[in-house]
Write a protein that binds this ligand. Structure first.
Ligand SMILES: Cc1ncc(COP(=O)(O)O)c(C=O)c1O
Length: 373
C-alpha cells in the first residue's frame, strides 16, 4: 500500500501512528472483545478515553484551571449559530471581525439570531476588497462597540489562506476591555502555542489538525459558558455540556477516540513547541518556492497575513494549474486544488503533513516553473 501525500484542507491527513493504533485496537479495544465504537459511552473504558482526550487538549494548550474542554457536534458551522443563541440578548450587540468566507458565514448566522432577539450584529472590521480577502486588519481598523457581548474572529481563513500569524508569532486582535473574545480556530487549532487566557472561548472542528470530522472542540472559560441564556433548548446551552462533561447525550465516541490517538502522537512528538517549529519550516519552504519563482507562482495574500496552514497561490493560467495538479498527482500528491469558490492551488500544511512531503512538493514546483514557458 502506498499512502497518499495528502494536502487536503479538511478532512485532512491524519498521523499514520494514530491510524495504525486504531487499526490495531479496532476489533478488541483493551481486552473488551469489542471495538471502542461498540462500547457504552457511560462505560469506564470509553470514559477513560473521553477524559484523556479532554485532558490532553487542556495540557497541550496550557489552559488555565478555570477553562473547560467540551466535545460537541454539528461542526464549527453549528457554533456560528449557537454562540449568538447563548450570548445575544435584547438590545445587545456582538462584534465580528471578518477576514474571509468563514467569518462571513458566522456573521450570517448571528444576524438571524440577532433579528429574532432584537439584538445587533456589528462588523467591527472587514478586509474584504474586490470580493476577496488578502489580509487581516490591524488593531486600529477594528471598532468594537462598548459593551458588546463578545468579539468574534477567525484566526485562520482556510479558503483565502489568511491568518492572524506572523514570522514573529501570534498577532491576534487586541481585546477591547470587558468584551469577551471568541475565536474560530478550526483550521489552526493546536498548530502552535497560544495564550489561552486571552480568549474567553476557542472552538474548532477537529477535521483539520486533530482528528476526523464529527467532533467539534470548545475550549472556554467556564464562567463565560455558564453566563449564556437559559431560555434556549438545553442541548444548545453550553452550561448543559459543562455540567455533563460533554456526556449529556451520546458523543461521537469513535471520533473522540481518534482525537485521543492524534493527540498522543502530538504529545510524543514534543507537543506544540516542536509542532510549531516544524510547521514554520514547512510554510517557509513553500512560500520560498513561490517567492523565488515570481514570474510563475503568485500568492495573493499580503506577506504579514500569509497562512502557515493553508498556502494559496496561482499559476499564470488555469490550464497550467490543472497541469500542475495532474503532475503532482502522478507523484502521489493529492488535495492541491484551491477551494471551488476561488480556484488556484491550495496546499494545506496541517500537523500531520510531514516536512518531507513539502520538500518533495517544493522540488516539483521549482521543476515545473523551470520547465514551463
Ligand atoms: C475556519 C473554518 N470555520 C468553520 C468551518 C466550518 O466547519 P464545519 O464544516 O465543521 O462546520 C471551516 C470548514 O472548513 C473552517 O475552515
Amino acid at each position: 500500500m502506498t499512502r497518499a501525500k495528502n494536502f487536503n484542507a479538511g478532512p485532512a491527513a491524519l498521523p499514520l501512528q494514530a491510524l495504525e493504533r486504531a487499526q490495531k485496537e479496532l476489533l478488541d479495544f483493551e481486552g473488551t472483545g469489542m471495538s471502542v465504537m461498540e462500547q457504552s459511552h457511560r462505560g469506564k473504558e470509553y470514559e477513560k478515553v473521553h477524559d484523556e482526550a479532554r485532558a490532553q487538549i487542556a495540557r497541550l494548550l496550557g489552559a488555565p484551571a478555570d477553562y473547560e474542554v467540551l466535545f460537541l457536534q454539528g461542526g464549527a458551522s453549528q457554533q456560528f449559530a449557537v454562540i449568538p443563541m447563548n450570548f445575544l440578548t435584547e438590545k445587545s450587540a456582538a462584534a465580528y471581525v471578518v477576514t474571509g468566507v468563514w467569518g462571513e458565514k458566522a456573521v450570517g448566522e448571528a444576524q438571524i439570531v440577532a433579528k429574532s432577539v432584537g439584538a445587533e450584529v456589528v462588523v467591527a472590521a472587514s478586509t474584504e476588497a474586490n470580493k476577496t480577502y488578502v489580509k487581516v486588519p490591524g488593531d486600529a481598523q477594528i471598532k468594537v462597540p462598548d459593551g458588546a457581548k463578545y468579539m468574534h474572529f477567525t484566526s485562520n481563513e482556510t479558503i483565502h489562506g489568511v491568518q492572524f500569524a506572523t514570522a514573529e508569532g501570534a498577532a491576534f486582535p487586541t481585546p477591547t476591555p470587558h468584551v469577551p473574545v471568541i475565536c474560530d480556530m478550526s483550521s489552526d487549532f493546536l498548530w502552535r502555542k497560544v495564550d489561552v487566557s486571552k480568549f474567553d472561548m476557542i472552538y474548532a472542528g477537529a477535521q483539520k489538525n486533530i482528528g476526523p470530522s464529527g467532533v467539534t472542540v470548545v475550549v472556554a472559560k467556564k464562567s463565560f459558558l455558564e453566563s449564556g441564556r437559559k431560555d434556549i433548548p438545553k442541548i444548545f446551552q453550553y452550561r448543559t455540556h459543562v455540567e455533563n462533561k460533554s456526556l449529556y447525550n451520546t458523543p461521537p465516541t469513535f471520533g473522540i477516540y481518534l482525537v485521543r490517538n492524534v493527540l498522543t502522537w502530538l504529545e510524543e512528538k514534543g507537543g506544540l513547541s516542536a509542532m510549531e517549529t516544524e510547521n514554520r519550516a514547512k510554510a517557509a519552504a513553500l512560500y520560498g518556492a513561490i517567492d523565488r519563482n515570481p514570474g510563475f507562482y503568485k500568492c495573493p495574500v499580503e506577506k504579514g497575513s500569509r497562512s502557515f496552514m493553508n498556502v494559496v497561490f496561482r499559476l499564470p493560467s488555469e490550464e497550467q494549474e490543472e497541469a500542475f495538479v495532474k503532475r503532482a498527482k502522478s507523484a502521489g500528491m493529492v488535495g492541491l486544488k484551491g477551494h471551488r469558490s476561488v480556484g488556484g492551488i491550495r496546499v494545506s500544511l496541517y500537523n500531520a503533513v510531514p516536512l518531507a512531503w513539502v520538500t518533495e512538493l517544493v522540488t516539483l514546483m521549482d521543476e515545473f516553473a523551470g520547465a514551463s514557458p
